[in-house]
Design a protein around this ligand. Structure first.
Ligand SMILES: NC(=O)c1ccc[n+]([C@@H]2O[C@H](COP(=O)([O-])OP(=O)(O)OC[C@H]3O[C@@H](n4cnc5c(N)ncnc54)[C@H](O)[C@@H]3O)[C@@H](O)[C@H]2O)c1
Length: 459
């Protein structure tokens, strides 16, 4: 049995200010989920929550999400908050009171919160301020992005800079990171941005970091397969993870650099050699596959995007990406042709972007969005949220393969539970696809392991 809560935030506000945009992305989406969890609040707003369990699934497709969730998640205190008032209050605060958020330790900062409480009189605020004062998220986590000036790194850094949970954001790259950090540091969100360039500064970048995200490497060009990237990116990941092992061995490590099916085993081997491998804290980021599966399914079946949740298992390349459409929520019926068409589109979605960009790189914006979601989930788990579920490519005993992507429950120490139930009752198509992907995935995993072991022997 498990429960799965996801706030989906595809909203359509007319943004009145950058702060409104900020709140829309993080506060109403990611943050409101955190607030709901932390204080057991249920906001009645446009945000929607979908909940799944092994036995059932219900979707909050109207305003109030709480009561639709399984009974274990119903909370006694239900607070209504109009997000539009909330947004206005924040942008109004900044304009009217010139309160700086930058040096404060919490999202709005203590001083800002005080002014906000004193100055804002809307009904929504009056009815919620008592609770709000207790749910101020504390920005207290340190995140490092390695490869921060790249196509993924930059938008990812922006999204992470917007997180109310981050106190320090360290950006590392071999090139151009100073400008990116200077630019970002002007955003008046709580985290302090620092730049680090070159191997001599890598250790300082990583010291005491809670979450390390690695998008460093080269992206795919047209005609390139993920395996073509192997030799370049394998070395980059090996070096960077070695530094992580030396400087922040307890951090959650998010590997984005492709081919993820090999770079995650590479990272595991490096960490083993350094004697600090904790399989619960090493993640291959496959969130983009889930994001794409949700989007494409919603488009295909004319579903509201926020209602859709598709688990994606296996690996993160071509046929190793296996969306479990039979487990999609809400439950949808497909013809065989539709299953085939959707599955292939999800598997080849990366190529769709590579070809459209015609030589200018691979998916960066959607990847940054997906990676930011995974960072936020990790931070919430670190922060004690007990309802965090994501799909990820991890060391696994779910199949005979040593690494496998599936839905997992995240906790303070990393992977807490691997969700078995989604692999039960697969359709014939999915069972066959699962068998077929194993050969390729096994080879990619072995290639990664051999890469590190060969170098160790040579040394
Ligand atoms: N996991 C996924 O779903 C997914 C999706 C898309 C792309 N990717 C992968 O992410 C990686 C980055 O893609 P991108 O589009 O941002 O590429 P990019 O070339 O735009 O950026 C890569 C960045 O890494 C930096 N870099 C290179 N070597 C480095 C090193 N040794 N240390 C630190 N930084 C280094 C580069 O200077 C550059 O800024 C690629 O491997 C790509 O295939 C993964």
């Amino acid at each position: 049995m498990f429960n799965h809560n996801v706030i989906r935030n595809n909203r359509s506000f007319a943004f009145e200010s950058v702060e409104s945009l900020f709140f829309s992305c993080w506060n109403i989406g990611f943050l409101s989920e955190r607030l709901m969890h932390t204080e057991k609040l249920r906001f009645s707003c446009n945000s929607k929550m979908a909940a799944t369990s092994a036995t059932g699934f219900s979707v909050g497709s109207t305003a109030s999400a709480g009561p639709r969730v399984g009974s274990t998640q119903l909370k006694a205190s239900s607070v209504k908050l109009n997000p539009k008032n909330y947004l206005t209050s924040f942008s109004g605060l900044k304009a009217g009171n010139s309160v700086s958020c930058e040096s404060q330790s919490s999202f709005l900062g203590d001083e800002s919160t005080l002014v906000l409480k004193q100055g804002y009189n809307s009904k929504a605020w009056r009815c919620s301020n008592r609770s709000y004062s207790r749910v101020q998220p504390q920005a207290s986590y340190k995140v490092a992005i390695l490869g921060a000036s790249g196509g993924i790194g930059q938008p990812l850094a922006l999204l992470v800079k917007m997180s109310p949970l981050v106190s320090e954001l360290n950006l590392y790259d071999i090139a151009n990171v100073k400008g990116v950090a200077a630019d970002l540091s002007h955003c008046n969100t709580p985290s302090k941005v620092s730049d680090f360039t070159g191997e001599s500064e890598l250790a300082a970048c990583l010291r005491d970091v809670d979450v390390v995200v690695i998008p460093a490497g080269v992206p795919r060009k047209p005609g390139m397969t993920r395996d073509d990237l192997f030799n370049i990116n394998a070395n980059i990941v090996k070096t960077l993870v070695g530094a992580v092992a030396d400087n922040c061995p307890n951090a959650f490590i998010h590997i984005i650099s492709n081919p993820v099916n090999s770079t995650v085993p590479i990272a595991a081997e490096v960490l083993k050699q350094k004697g600090v491998y904790d399989p619960k804290k090493l993640f291959g980021v496959t969130t983009l596959d889930v994001v794409r599966a949700n989007t494409f399914l919603a488009q295909k079946k004319n579903l509201k995007l926020i209602d859709v949740d598709v688990p994606v298992i296996g690996g993160h390349a071509g046929i190793t990406i296996l969306p479990l459409l039979s487990k999609a929520k809400p439950s949808v019926t497909f013809t065989d042709e539709e299953v085939q068409e959707l599955t292939v589109r999800i598997q080849n979605a990366g190529t769709e972007v590579v070809e459209a960009k015609a030589g200018a790189g691979s998916a960066t914006l959607s990847m940054a969005y997906a990676a930011a979601r995974f960072v936020e989930s990790s931070l919430r788990a670190l922060d004690g949220d007990t309802d965090v579920y994501e799909c990820s490519f991890i060391q696994s005993e779910l199949t005979e393969l040593p690494f496998f992507a599936s839905r997992v429950k995240l906790g303070k120490d990393g992977v807490e539970v691997v969700i078995l139930s989604e692999l039960q009752g697969l359709t014939e198509y999915e069972q066959k696809a699962l068998q077929e992907l194993k050969t390729e995935l096994k080879a990619s995993i072995e290639k990664g392991v051999a890469f590190v072991q060969k170098q160790a022997v040579a040394a």
